[in-house]
Design a protein around this ligand. Sequence first.
Ligand code: NAP
Length: 328
Amino acid sequence: MSRKTVLVYQRPLKPALHERLTQECEVLDFTDRKDLHNDADFREALKRAHGLIGSSVPMDRNLLAEAENLEVISSISVGVDNYDIDYLTERGIVLCHTPDVLTETTADTAFLLVLATARRGVELANMVRNGEWTSSIAEPHFGVDVQGKHLGIVGMGRIGAAIGRRGRFGFNMTVSYHNRSRHEDFEQELGASWRELDDLLRECDFIVVTVPLSEATREMFGKREFELMGDQAIFINIARGGVVDEPALIEALKNGTIRAAGLDVFTTEPLPGDSPLARMDNVVALPHIGSATHETRYAMAELAVNNLLAALADQKPQAPYNWEQLKR
Ligand code: NAP
C-alpha cells in the first residue's frame, strides 16, 4: 500500500517526532516557508497531501479547495479559529487539536500577566535596567495587591478553571465567571459564581479572558465594556487578539478608563513595532507565549502527531475537534 503524504508547516517537529512520522508517511517539510498562501510549491504539494500538521496559518476554503486528498488537519494548538470547521466537516476532513496538555502552562502565563500588571513588574524592572532607580520607591510607583481581590474569568473552560484555581487557592481570591452555560463543577470546586457579563465587568478587579475566538466572541470587549470595568480594573487577554476592539483598548488605557492590561495576544501578530501597546507603561505585552515552554510545546507536538497518525489509520484520534459532527 502506498504511504500517505503529510505536510509539516510553520514549526519543525523535534527529531524524535519527525522520525515517527517518516516511519509511517512521506513527509514534506514546509516549515521554512513564510507565506504558504502564495507559495507555489506548497500549493502543489497540497494536491497530494493526506494530512497537514502545524499551526498559526489560516487554512481557508480557497487554499484547501486544491487539497483533494486531504483526510486530516492536526493543529498544534487548542484554539481552532484558523479553520473553517463547517467546511472541513462538509468535506469529511478530521480536524484535531491539542487540549489539556497546555492548560497549566497557559494558566501560568495568565497569572504571570496578573502579577506583572498589578505590581508593575516590567515597568519597574525597566527603571532598574535603565539606571533610573535613584531613590527608594514611593507611592507613584506602588502597585496593587492581587491576594484577596476579585477575579473574573470570561470563558471558564479548561484554562479558565486552571486560572481560577491559582486565584482561589494560591491568592485567596473570590472567583466569578461568565460562560454561555453554568458549570456547577467549577462553582463547587472554586466557590465561583456565574455572573452576567456586564455584572462581572463591574464587580471584578481582574478580568481574564479565555474564550475561544468565534463570531460570537469577536470584539466582545470594546469601549462600553472597558467603561463598565472602571478605572481600577486590570484586563488580561490570553485568548485571541480578535476578542478585543484593540483601538478601544488603547484609548481606555491612555485615558485611564481602566488601570492596566496584560496581553499575550493581538489582532496583528507579531505586534507591529509602532503599536502603542508595545510602549505603554500600564501594558505588559508578551509575544504570544501562552504555551511556550520546552515541555509543553513538546507535549503539544507529540499529541498532534498521535492525532494525525490515528486519523490517517482511520482510528479515532485522542483529540478530534469535529468528530461528533463528522459522525452525524
Ligand atoms: P475550553 O475548555 O473550550 O474553554 C473555553 C470556554 O469558553 C468554555 O468553557 C466555553 O463555555 C466558553 N465560551 C465559549 N464561547 C463563549 C461565549 N460566546 N461567551 C462566553 N463564554 C464562551 O478551551 P480552553 O482549552 O480553555 O482554551 C480557551 C482558548 O484559549 C482557546 O480557544 C485559545 O484561543 C486560547 N489559548 C491561548 C493560548 C495562548 O498561547 N495565549 C494558549 C492556549 C489557548 P460555554 O460553552 O459554556 O460558553
